[in-house]
Design a protein around this ligand. Structure first.
Ligand SMILES: NC(=O)c1ccc[n+]([C@@H]2O[C@H](COP(=O)([O-])OP(=O)(O)OC[C@H]3O[C@@H](n4cnc5c(N)ncnc54)[C@H](OP(=O)(O)O)[C@@H]3O)[C@@H](O)[C@H]2O)c1
Length: 316
């Protein structure tokens, strides 16, 4: 089966491509930034270049495509309309190209918490993207994960940077809000399995990992994996909003944005046991599976604090 993957060079995309190749699919990747295809050290994938906002490039890329895995997403905006453009219009463009090609299954990755609420621009735009999928007429499966963890992820590696640099790890707010981390390769496995599951067509699946965890738990887990003992220092949300807002004005890529701080307060959990129920396997716990955080050195930590993700860490 020819499967087209958008966002193939991203954290999740790389694992999805690996999973699809293992399942002997013919994989075509839409690569946004020329050169980023270097993350595929092999020559087993076909590469087409283009943005989801470029309908001509999409038309050229989608011939003979039987299924689409649409993973494009941005978590930071550079301009006011970025989120809606990429998540709504981009998704609409990809759906139109998939429809023209006669694709029979559209797998779309959204996020837990996507909702019709403009107070949260990222989540609102992800909801708009879901609406495009629901109204497209193409059989779809929507995945709504909470946070994803795995080698190259920005969340735990940034936390590792804080653990590396500071004896007291800064936490915004109480840190008690719950997330439901899922290993990125477990989600990729679910996506791979879904391509042969007629029963999952026209379904939306909220998926979380082995355990629900608070931000404070995540700090503890990362410190444990690094063999460090760390206390936390809790910083008031209002203060960090000001810091984020000023640094967004001054830095090309602030370490955290005001949008992200607002989202820290949202509970982001799925039903427990959903991966087992739908896919029949147990997701990996975080404990024992995040040794990659040890590769974050002092120079990497400073670079991340300045808002840029070292390529060495991201592309590993
Ligand atoms: N990571 C998480 O914790 C998490 C949690 C919940 C949901 N999700 C969702 O899961 C999906 C995958 O996330 P991820 O963490 O793998 O993201 P990621 O690592 O940031 O990767 C995003 C991918 O999208 C591509 N892209 C961005 N703008 C594009 C455009 N205009 N046209 C074509 N491609 C474009 C990027 O290519 P370039 O780098 O070349 O721009 C990259 O390959 C997203 O939809 C995200 O919202 C992620």
């Amino acid at each position: 089966m020819v499967v087209l993957v958008t966002g193939a060079t991203g954290l999740l995309g790389r694992q999805v491509v690996r999973e699809l190749l293992e399942r002997r699919h013919q994989v075509r990747c839409l690569v946004h930034t020329p050169g980023h295809e270097r993350v595929f050290s092999h020559r087993d994938v076909e590469v087409q270049y283009g943005s989801v906002l470029d309908t001509k490039a999409l038309k050229n890329a989608f011939y003979d495509v039987e299924a689409v895995v649409h993973l494009v997403g941005i978590i930071r905006r550079r301009r006011r309309n970025d989120f809606d453009e990429v998540h709504k219009e981009g998704t609409a463009n990809v759906l139109a190209a998939a429809k023209d090609a006669g694709a029979r299954h559209f797998l779309h990755v959204s996020v837990i918490g996507a909702a019709n609420d403009q107070a949260y621009p990222y989540l609102y735009s992800k909801w708009l993207g879901e609406q495009e999928v629901l109204n497209s007429g193409i059989p779809y499966t929507i995945f709504r994960p909470s946070m994803l963890f795995g080698e190259g992820d920005e969340f735990l590696n940034a936390l590792a940077g804080l653990v590396r640099l500071f004896p007291l790890v800064p936490v915004i707010g109480s840190g008690r809000n719950r997330l439901h981390p899922l290993a990125v390769d477990d989600l990729a496995r679910c996506i791979g399995m879904t391509l042969s599951r007629e029963d999952l067509k026209c379904q939306t699946l909220e998926l979380g990992g082995a355990a629900r965890m608070s931000y404070n738990d995540l700090v503890g887990e990362v410190a444990k994996a690094m063999g460090k003992r760390r206390l936390r220092i809790h910083l008031p949300v209002w203060l960090m909003r000001i810091v984020a807002s000023v640094s967004q004005g001054l830095m090309p890529r602030a370490p955290i944005t005001t949008d992200q701080i607002r989202m820290l307060g949202i509970r982001s959990v799925a039903e427990l046991g959903e991966v087992e129920r739908v896919f029949g396997f147990t997701p990996q716990p975080m404990a024992g599976n995040i040794d990659f955080v040890n590769s974050v050195g002092i120079a990497d930590s400073i670079q991340m604090l300045m808002g840029s993700m070292p390529r060495r860490i991201r592309d590993h």
